[in-house]
Design a protein around this ligand. Structure first.
Ligand SMILES: Nc1ncnc2c1ncn2[C@@H]1O[C@H](COP(=O)(O)OP(=O)(O)OP(=O)(O)O)[C@@H](O)[C@H]1O
Ligand SMILES: [Mg+2]
Length: 359
């Protein structure tokens, strides 16, 4: 039987702003990742992906605060641990986080091998600098990174190379779980592929045991991760295998995320407006019922009042919605039929109107 590398039960965290307002950014999140597996987290801006990533590190400092829940990495519960102990014994070895835009945050005046030195010395102050340099060379060659990059400054590297170097630095201590937050978003398509391949290779070579990959784009995850979880307004709304989530999303928000990208017209950002009108709720005052109800075209009056728990409905699949899976699938079937008809008879049909760029 495979081993669970990361198990999270009911994790709830919040920001407390300087005006003493609570922002409920991660609400009762539970998840599990087996050894050798990867989990993608998708959702639009502000839904709590990065806050969840930060929260999973178990290392809290204001304005982020832990409220409740367990984070268990390879059998060790790190929630409630003293921050000093987390820094010494968890960060970098049990779990590592590559923050959004980390590659642009590298201090431009330092050479790359110095960052590696920092990570290793923070973990083991007695480590010998010459040994660290040799170890860095060895790791770079194992990862097919050019050894010259070690003696360069970040500004001398291309975007794709910078991101690969950041991944190498973050994983130098072979963390069991790696969280990569939008690691490919700022890159061109070729560099994106190289970065994604590097992350997969790292898993194959055993440098990491499990991975979380965060992105805005649900379809991007299809070729990258084993499972996908969709987050909305601080909560998980659906989870399944990558294939199921991309080809058979059940939650109206997941379906909206998928359709927003697959609309063929130019300018997918504008297309997003068609699939999911509106914006996510203010997390200082989350809605009483379903958090997506306000934007959901299938919402019933009760959805605005009733909080739905997340429910399992199939092997490895769960969703959070007031409508049954059968009801949702039937609605989608009819919608797809109407869409197909609209494409076949563009004039007579009163099918969905598609906005074009600039409208
Ligand atoms: N330092 C902070 N103080 C207060 N609220 C915050 C802080 N950082 C984030 N938030 C709020 O927490 C919520 C979740 O933000 P988060 O950055 O986790 O979203 P995200 O899904 O990562 O978005 P993006 O895709 O833009 O990176 C948002 O409502 C955001 O406004
Ligand atoms: Mg983010």
């Amino acid at each position: 039987m495979s081993k669970t590398m990361l198990e999270v039960n009911g994790l709830t965290t919040k920001y407390i702003t300087r005006f003493h307002e609570d922002v409920y950014a991660v609400d009762h999140v539970s998840l599990k990742i087996e050894q050798g597996k990867s989990l993608g987290i998708a959702g639009e801006s502000g839904c709590g992906k990065s806050t969840l990533a930060l929260s999973l590190m178990g290392y809290y400092f204001p304005p982020l605060h832990y409220t409740s829940g367990d984070i268990i990495i390879d059998g060790k519960n790190i929630s409630g641990m003293d921050p000093d102990e987390v820094r010494r014994n968890v960060l970098g070895t049990e779990i590592a986080y590559i923050p959004q835009a980390a590659m642009n945050a590298l201090n431009p005046t330092r050479k790359i091998y110095k960052f590696i030195e920092d990570v290793i010395l923070a973990h083991n102050p007695k480590a010998n600098k010459k040994d660290i340099y040799e170890m860095a060379r060895h790791r770079f060659s194992e990862l097919n990174l050019p050894l010259e990059a070690l003696d360069k400054h970040a500004v001398e590297l291309s975007g794709g190379m910078k991101q690969r170097v950041v991944i190498a630095i973050s994983t130098i201590l072979k963390p069991k779980v790696l969280i990569a937050d939008e690691p490919s978003s700022a890159l061109d398509v070729t560099s994106q592929k190289v970065v994604i391949k590097m992350l997969r290779d790292m898993m194959d070579k055993g440098f990491i045991q499990a991975m979380i990959f965060i992105t805005h784009e649900l379809p991007l995850l299809y070729n990258v991760t084993d499972d996908i979880m969709v987050m909305y307004a601080g909560q998980i709304v659906e989870r399944g295998s990558a294939k199921e989530m991309v080809f058979d999303p059940v939650h109206p928000y997941s379906r909206g995320l998928m359709r927003s990208i697959l609309v063929p017209e130019e300018g997918t950002r504008d297309a997003k407006l068609i699939a999911i009108p509106g914006t996510p709720p203010n997390l200082k005052r989350p809605p009483q019922g379903c958090r997506f109800a306000e934007r959901c075209r299938y919402a019933q009056p009760a959805c605005r009042y009733n909080q739905m728990p997340i429910l399992d409905f199939d092997q490895g699949r769960s969703y959070r919605c007031g409508l049954s899976v059968d009801e949702l699938r039937e609605i989608y079937r009819k919608e797809d039929e109407a869409d197909a008809q609209a494409v076949a008879n563009p004039v007579e049909s009163d099918g969905p109107v598609r906005l074009t760029k600039g409208v």
